[in-house]
Design a protein around this ligand. Structure first.
Ligand code: SF4
Length: 224
């Protein structure tokens, strides 16, 4: 089979699995930034979630939000003050990025979070993952944030190799749009939490997964 027919077949599998996941609820609505969800709360959460575990951010999120409830509050704070607030998350070195991002949004977007990936990618300190996550969660657009858990899930489901530990591979990334809400009805929050809690990095909870019959990883580890 040539490469493009193989990719088409895998795209069908990814679409079917996304439809299946859409009919199950894995969403963790207890996460603090999912309650009283506003674009700024999502922006702050996604900034803090870079290189930091979700459960660790969840414990400290409300304290940080209370201290810095707006882009204006971040822009007005001193670097030292912000470093103290972000130190428990090990993010003190990202303080200049956070300040520059807040200042950029205040000056260029009147303090609004733009719902456009190209505009978001211009914000200093926002990488492609964070920009996509903000677009998906703050703007309700059908984007698929390519975090490492989602890339690993696609790799397990399809049997495609993760050529790079955090970036997956070209083929894996090409399959991401088939997981989108527009394509399958799967909410990005549901996908994110499924890959964090069920198809988790170590010891995936296959016994709780509705995809065992189509999953290459499951087949490999559970031969008939
Ligand atoms: S069967 Fe297991 S490895 Fe496959 S998608 Fe489900 S949890 Fe992940």
């Amino acid at each position: 089979m040539d490469e493009s027919s193989q990719l088409n077949q895998l795209a069908e599998k990814v679409t079917k699995s996304a439809e299946q996941l859409a009919s199950s609820d894995f969403e963790d609505n207890e996460l603090p930034w999912r309650q009283y969800c506003t674009p700024y709360r999502i922006f702050l959460a996604e900034f803090l979630l870079v290189r930091t575990r979700t459960d660790v951010v969840a414990k400290l999120y409300e304290d940080i939000f209370r201290a810095y409830p707006s882009l204006e509050a971040i822009a007005a704070a001193s670097d030292d003050e912000l470093a103290v607030a972000l130190n428990p998350l090990g993010l003190q070195k990202r303080v200049p990025y956070l300040k520059r991002a807040a200042e950029y949004l205040l000056h260029n977007h009147d303090g609004e979070i733009p719902c456009d990936i190209d505009e978001l990618m211009k914000v200093p300190g926002l990488g492609v993952y964070t920009a996509t996550a903000i677009e998906a969660f703050a703007c309700d657009l059908p984007s698929v944030p390519a975090d490492v858990n989602i890339l690993r899930f696609v790799s397990r489901l399809t049997g495609l190799e993760m050529e790079h530990i955090t970036k997956g591979s070209k083929a894996i990334r090409a399959l991401l749009p088939f997981l989108s809400m527009r394509n399958s009805g799967l909410r990005p929050q549901n996908l994110l939490d499924f890959t964090r809690l069920i198809c988790r990095p170590r010891n995936p909870l296959c016994s709780k997964c509705p995809l065992t019959e189509m999953c290459a990883y499951f087949e490999l580890h559970n031969p008939k």
